[in-house]
Ligand binder design. Structure first.
Ligand SMILES: C[S@@+](CC[C@H](N)C(=O)[O-])C[C@H]1O[C@@H](n2cnc3c(N)ncnc32)[C@H](O)[C@@H]1O
Length: 244
């Protein structure tokens, strides 16, 4: 595992329960629950029934019940011990939990019908190895549904909702960037849309659907500023790719 991954794992391990509590708060998890999740649901919904499903980088298992109630077999993995411990504690025997790095998983080849990774891919500088690994564990015609920081969002300053953000970085430089959560700093990597599509095609997938999710009108009262902001500038991208 490279230095960035080890450092990000240390940071998630440090946050542990604090991260899980933040995600359980309606206002603080506006971006995850009201913006990212609807996009993921739209892509996943037709595929869940009767599937053998992997929740890759499941975090503290906040969405376990949602997926587990619909799939045939639920598996989940994450590289962070403290988040996995929360997931196991909260869900007991609901799933098959494994601590593992996403680039090198202990599953047999062609195990899953469906792999989901919510907000994981921006932690990888080189996307090739993780796409190869997901292609390996997927059955033929299996689907990979994933979301990540929108490439445009990665190069903008996060201005208040009533102001236009400023472009901070060169879109064409696929460099790392730092961002903060709960006073902890994380390193992620910017990828151009061109790179993401290339990596999908070069690793045995077809791109089926690409979404730039926006929150529903009903969610505006939860976070009016966030709602206004993300309706002007996309925050996430969600993609469904099928193994050829
Ligand atoms: C933003 S959280 C998302 C958690 C969960 N997918 C969700 O949406 O609720 C990102 C997760 O990715 C995990 N993660 C980051 N890099 C990883 C890696 N290389 N291998 C496995 N998990 C990783 C972190 O531990 C964390 O749980």
């Amino acid at each position: 595992m490279d230095q960035h991954h080890l450092e990000n794992r240390r940071m998630y391990d440090r946050l542990g329960r604090e991260y899980a509590e933040k995600r359980k708060s309606e206002s603080q998890s506006f971006w995850n629950d009201q913006v990212e999740l609807p996009g993921i649901k739209q892509l996943l919904s037709p595929l869940l029934k009767d599937s053998t499903f992997l929740d890759l980088a499941c975090g503290p298992g906040l969405r376990t019940k949602l997926w587990q109630s619909q799939v045939k077999n639920y598996f989940a993995s994450d590289f962070c011990y403290s988040l996995l411990a929360i997931a196991k504690e909260d869900h007991d025997l609901l799933g098959n939990w494994i601590q593992s790095d996403a680039e090198s998983m202990p599953y047999k080849t062609e195990t899953f019908d469906l792999v989901l990774s919510s907000l994981l891919l921006h932690y990888f500088q080189d996307l090739g190895p993780i796409f190869k690994e997901v292609a390996r564990v997927l059955k033929p015609d299996g689907s990979f549904v994933f979301s990540f920081h929108h490439p445009f969002d990665e190069i903008l300053s996060h201005a208040p909702a009533d102001k236009f953000p400023v472009i901070l970085r060169n879109y064409h430089d696929e460099k790392s960037y730092e961002w903060g959560m709960l006073n902890v700093s994380f390193t992620s990597f910017h990828h151009k849309i061109e790179t993401i599509i290339k990596v999908i095609n070069e690793n045995g997938f077809f791109l089926d659907e690409l979404l730039e999710p926006r929150p529903s009108k009903e969610s505006e009262s939860i976070n009016p500023k966030g709602y206004a902001y993300t309706n002007r500038f996309p925050s996430f991208m969600a993609i469904k790719a099928t193994k050829r």
